[in-house]
Ligand binder design. Structure first.
Ligand code: AMP
Ligand code: MG
Length: 304
């Protein structure tokens, strides 16, 4: 399977239960795919450099998942190879009372990266149609009755679709990931958090409340994804039981997305270019002189 098999852009319907959570046929190719991951991360960092230099388009990778699906470790392993100056990572927690007194996209808008950068969202605007829907939190919101309508969530899906479209048209792409972990693997990871002291800080009694609502989450993910998957802002439903496989797929997604964006180094301003002969003169350059860059270029050419 390739990353395309996990992509949802509105052309097919997602049934969460039909999607794999483990590496399947790819299990036997682990060492090859781990190597490929490294190569992808190198390629992604080259493309990120272009994106940053060009400064014309930004990219947001929004990561949604159940507890213990591996959001934090994915961010640590996959995005650590990128230039931190051109990367912004945001984690969205339960909204504060100030955040709740604003529209739900207020805090998300404030966290959007500028054009040229990559933003990683650890949880995102989708919490507002996932955890909020599963626990009917909207019923406790201080909202005018006209806002608390029966189609509260379908309205939000439409809002998210048009907001993401708006961003796309203004130079910010949104790619959404659902890390799909199995119930059994989640159980193992919770047990490991209990057994290992250094993982205790990750334990939360609320995790069991969320686990008990497994099927409600399946439905909420399915509805949200089916309603908001578009060619401009696709979803990827990524198996999350094997971390090496998840990393491979996300590294592939990163490269594919950046390649599609195709950022280019800016060309030199003609007025600046016209000043080059003068610069060379000021630097004491004469034509029979080999510059360091030229020497390296020759050496590179001889190696390959
Ligand atoms: P964690 O990512 O484990 O630190 O947990 C963050 C918690 O904040 C999770 O339980 C999320 O469901 C919750 N959360 C994030 N965004 C929202 C939101 N918009 N409304 C309600 N809860 C949220
Ligand atoms: Mg947690």
């Amino acid at each position: 399977m390739t990353i395309k098999d996990f992509r949802f852009d509105g052309s097919k319907k997602l049934k969460v239960k039909d999607m794999p959570t483990d590496a399947g046929d790819s299990k036997g190719k682990k060492s090859e795919l781990v190597k490929q991951t490294q190569a992808n991360l190198l390629r992604a960092s080259e493309l990120q450099e272009r994106l940053y230099a060009a400064g014309r388009e930004g990219l947001v990778i929004a990561i949604q998942a159940r507890d213990a699906a591996g959001k934090d470790s994915l961010i640590k392993k996959v995005f650590s190879g990128l230039n931190p100056a051109a990367l912004e990572v945001h984690s969205f927690k339960s909204p504060s009372s100030t955040e709740l007194s604003h529209d739900y996209l207020w805090r998300i808008n404030a966290a959007l990266p500028p054009r040229g950068k990559i933003g990683v969202f650890n949880r995102s605007q989708y919490e507002d149609v996932l955890v909020v829907r599963v626990h009917h939190m909207e019923r406790g919101y201080k909202l005018a009755p006209r806002c608390l309508v029966d189609d509260f969530f379908p309205r939000r899906y439409a809002q998210l679709r048009s907001w993401e479209d708006y961003l796309y048209e203004n130079g910010i792409r949104m790619v959404k990931i659902f890390l799909n972990v199995s119930k059994d693997e989640q159980r193992k990871r919770f047990l490991e958090r209990i057994e290992r002291d250094e993982k205790h800080y990750k334990l939360s009694t609320n995790d069991m409340v969320e686990r008990a609502a497994w099927d409600a989450y399946d439905e909420a993910f399915e509805d949200a994804i089916n309603a908001t998957a578009t060619p401009r802002s696709p979803w990827y439903v990524i198996p999350a039981d094997s971390k090496w496989y998840t990393r491979y797929l996300v590294s592939q997604l990163l490269v594919d997305t950046l390649e599609e964006m195709d950022p280019q180094f800016p060309t030199i301003d003609p007025a600046e270019a016209a000043r080059i002969p003068q610069m060379l003169e000021e630097l004491g350059y004469h034509e029979d002189m080999q510059t360091k860059a030229a020497e390296e270029k020759t050496a590179d050419a001889q190696e390959t």
